[in-house]
Write a protein that binds this ligand. Sequence first.
Ligand SMILES: *[C@@H]1O[C@H](CO)[C@@H](O)[C@H](O)[C@H]1NC(C)=O
Ligand SMILES: *[C@@H]1O[C@H](CO)[C@@H](O)[C@H](O)[C@H]1NC(C)=O
Length: 432
Amino acid sequence: MVTVTMKLTSRVQHLGCLLALCFLAQVLWDIPGVWALDNGLAMTPTMGWLHWERFMCNTDCKEEPDSCISEKLFMQMADLMDSDGWKEVGYEYLCIDDCWMAAQRDSKGRLQADPIRFPSGIRHLANYVHSKGLKLGIYADVGKKTCAGFPGSFGYYDIDAETFADWGVDLLKFDGCYCDSVEQLADGYKHMSLALNKTGRSIVYSCEWPLYMWPFRKPNYTEIRQYCNHWRNSGDVYDSWQSVKSILEWTSSNQKTIVSAAGPGGWNDPDMLVIGNFGLSWDQQITQMALWAIMAAPLLMSNDLRHISLQAKMLLQNKDVIAINQDPLGKQGYLLRKEDNFEVWERPLSSLAWAVAMVNLQEIGGPRSYTINIASLGQGVACNPACFITELLPTKTKLGFYEWTSCLKTRINPTGTVLLLLGRSQTFKKLP
Ligand SMILES: *[C@@H]1O[C@H](CO)[C@@H](O)[C@H](O)[C@H]1NC(C)=O
Ligand SMILES: *[C@@H]1O[C@H](CO)[C@@H](O)[C@H](O)[C@H]1NC(C)=O
């Protein structure tokens, strides 16, 4: 590494690149155990749709029949995921969040859906969703109540796992409200993982274990990875730039702890994509899409597929960006450098390719130029001796071959991102 840097410095001086070079030795963090939850699922980050951010706990089907949490809502979303190209690009899991339950368990202690809002029941809904070539996700809570106050799974882990398997559910989001202690929380998450396994049905297990653990102690990600397919670390995403920005800040400030925990079978979950809603500008939507790809995040949209702009739809269905998110190598990206209100993130990909995202975090003024030294990307090897660079966002453009010693100048809108793909050749191998 040292010899490389010295050689580079002398060559770069000739070129007059202005950037300071900083090879970050710290990008090589500890590698925890590679063991992931052994259910064969989530080999790439889960993709789908989750109701929470957009529809929350709306139970008033009298006043708002089109946006209350009901089987009708999920059937309509299933129809659209099938007919409008979502399924084709990989969005597969249609997920129910909190507020689907009846207030009480049935006489045998089983959870039941609200009879007014889900008159046909969850099994029927699962069948419908499966008939569209999709999978169904459901929600429950490790504690005594769900966050919205519906029956919790504490004391009922086995019976709830069996109920979900029996209904044909394919994913469980397991929340962490109303637990008495961190021990109870950890035991509960483990218990449910084993209970799901015992059912024999393949069910993606989405946890919030670290999120609820952090206030008390640093979570053991090696352990969490053995039990969960993905895990939420930070609070709920809101439909705002402030929220997306704070999730990115949390992720970069904790990257030494969390990045190496991600890999096929287990992922850090920065929460839903809010693209296509009300709160993010176009540039901010690009930033969320680009950075969720860099972070190898589950891509769970929370929006209204019945009312979504063509522009937002094209961004969410961008196959090049999805290919980065779903890259089979399964290594999460990280913040490489922060300077002058710019952030540079990068992610290693299969076929020796790299994804690079440059974010302009300055919220005053217009587009700003940022010049990057090619040699500083991809741990010094991405473009050695040269690479082919394609801009994927905001606009797909082939930028051409760049030598190791060259520089690349970009212009980035305020709160926007330029997402680049650095390949060994012009024909970067894409996912089918
Ligand atoms: C349950 O766990 C075993 C061993 O850990 C694994 O081989 C099996 O595939 C799992 N089954 C399911 C349904 O996840
Ligand atoms: C974290 O969990 C793993 C697997 O259960 C265990 O081997 C390791 O000792 C734990 N680390 C700490 C610091 O407790």
